[in-house]
Design a protein around this ligand. Structure first.
Ligand code: ATP
Length: 507
């Protein structure tokens, strides 16, 4: 028998993964204990997902070993990892939208083609009520919001035979603030039942709220480990992640007068959803030059549809939209020409073209071409991009890198650089800090304030109320198919905005 303090579910020794010349993970020693939550922290591109993907068998290690139950194991491909009891909840969900929750789960956990629907349904209900994971087995996946899809993934992992380690890759990035506490409670219940939890997150407060152990990666190396008994503090963890780099503070200068010139106006608009249903009606919105208007709302209240209207990707069913006093038809080219830039809510899915480099993405989005003879001077373009203030501030990866091999946070940096570099007249930006590490989050927030100071009108969609309050001059709320009138940020508070999010202005 091993001594109690030597108990572990999984242990790595010298685990290493390289991608060409890049050492993404270098000689990592990590221990996953039963009944514990182990947080993995690190800046964007530090190697967190790579490490987790080796433990879930997506990648075969290039060096080192993994031990389970006292012997060395091979976990690649994921079928082997799953057979050993390792489950992973990814950021992008692996579900079939056209099927119900029950059928999706049957596809992943049942071995044959026939299965006992009634029994499986019963098991889903049991497991989901045990851990507070409200899911309706008969609902279709396309009907579900991101939080519900995540719960489906978790149920799937829990129903798989002998799961004992569960890896979560930035789970709370898709959750609205009200769902985060319930999620952390669920993690605590899993811990109490003996599961070993690996949790990748950028949110220090979540780590402090629930982690038993913390490991920090920097440039592929595990540089810091600590446990709750050592007394974890935010400063210590941020220091371990950022090293000598300083964490900026972001503050909006008060008393700046925004111009009275209107940059963007929607009058009496109506927006329909993908199934012809009315999503927003009686829509009125005005954004002045240099003003940041934050849009709050519970997810799925029409944020995506409104953002698409503001970039010409979706038409208004009624009403009009004007940019700098000029009415525009729903046509992205016309919006681009009018100086509108757009950051969508899901950059990995919507903005990355497989096989294309960062530079090619920039050119496709309208970066001005430099001619050389009959061709394009790619070298000069690359230099211009890499030396730009925006690329440097956001530490954009090398412009020749293929965008589809970037880490999640680095894709977000690419999309943000692309939007900022155009010095837009109007910027429509959704969830700017999603997936970004804490240092980059502050940098992008500072950039948005600077951009507004220089006259850009910004519509900011965010689920993070702190971020909305920190950056916005005015707040509007989407609720009950309507957009509220604007509230001056300085004279409202989170409680009032929270009420509006739940009940709209009829409250
Ligand atoms: N398939 C791949 N091919 C080439 N390089 C890769 C591949 N996957 C990851 N990388 C690189 O390995 C490094 C580590 O990436 P990884 O996704 O593990 O970082 P991360 O810490 O999870 O970052 P983030 O917080 O941004 O998600 C990055 O430089 C990334 O670009």
């Amino acid at each position: 028998m091993e001594k109690h303090d030597e108990r572990y579910l999984l242990k790595t020794k010298g685990l290493t993964k390289v991608f060409g010349p890049l050492v993404a993970n270098s000689e990592i020693d990590l221990v996953v204990k039963p009944g514990s939550i182990h947080a993995i922290l690190g800046e964007n591109g530090a190697g967190k997902s790579t490490l987790m993907k080796m433990l879930y068998g997506v990648y075969a290690p290039d060096g080192g070993s993994i031990m389970m139950d006292g012997e060395e194991v091979e976990l690649h491909p994921p079928t082997k990892a799953r057979a050993k009891g390792i489950g992973m909840v990814f950021q992008d969900f692996r579900v079939v939208p056209a099927l119900t929750i029950l059928d999706n789960i049957a596809l992943s956990v049942e071995k044959g083609f026939t299965f006992n629907r009634k029994k499986l349904k019963q098991r889903i209900i049991e497991i989901s009520s045990k851990y507070g994971l409200a899911v309706n087995p008969d609902a279709y996946v396309w009907e579900l919001d991101l939080g519900q899809r995540q719960r489906l993934e978790i149920v799937k992992v829990l129903l798989a035979e002998n799961t004992r380690i569960i890896i979560f890759d930035e789970p709370t990035s898709v959750l609205v603030p009200q769902e985060v506490e319930a999620f952390l409670n669920m993690l605590r219940m899993l811990r109490a039942d003996g599961y070993g939890i690996l949790l990748i997150t950028h949110k220090i407060n979540e780590v402090l709220a629930c982690a038993d152990q913390v490991s920090v990666l920097r440039s592929g190396v595990l540089t810091y480990t600590a446990s709750k008994e050592d007394g974890l503090t935010a400063d210590q963890l941020i220091g371990a992640m950022m090293g000598d780099k300083e964490l900026k503070t972001v503050e909006k200068q008060s008393g700046i007068q925004t111009s009275s010139e209107l940059a963007l106006v929607i009058k009496d608009g109506m927006i329909k959803g993908d199934y012809g249903e009315v999503i927003i009606q009686d829509l009125n919105l005005q954004v002045r030059k240099g003003q940041i208007v934050g849009v709050a709302g519970i997810s799925g209240s029409g944020q995506k549809e409104l953002a698409e209207v503001l970039f010409g990707l979706r038409g208004l069913l009624k009403g009009s939209i004007e940019v700098a006093g000029k009415p525009l038809k729903p046509d992205v080219r016309a919006f681009l020409e009018a100086g509108v830039s757009f950051v969508s809510e899901d950059p990995i899915k919507e903005s990355v073209i497989p096989g294309f480099s960062i530079l090619q993405h920039m050119v496709l989005d309208g970066m001005e071409l430099k001619k050389k003879g009959l061709g394009i001077d790619w070298k000069a373009l690359a230099q211009e991009l890499e030396q730009s203030e925006q690329a440097q501030a956001l530490a954009l990866a090398a412009s020749s890198r293929r965008a589809d091999t970037l880490s999640g946070g680095n894709v977000q940096r690419m999309v943000l650089t692309r939007a900022l570099i155009r010095k837009p007249e109007v910027l429509i930006i959704s969830y700017p800090s999603r997936g970004l590490d804490i240092g980059t989050t502050r940098t992008i927030q500072q950039h948005l304030l600077e951009l507004a100071k220089q006259g850009t009108a910004i519509v900011l969609f965010s689920e993070d109320l702190d971020e909305l309050f920190k950056l916005s001059d005015q707040l509007v709320v989407l609720a009950g198919k309507r957009l509220t009138s604007p509230y001056e940020t300085a004279s409202t508070n989170a409680a009032q905005i929270g009420q509006l999010m739940l009940k709209g202005e009829s409250a």
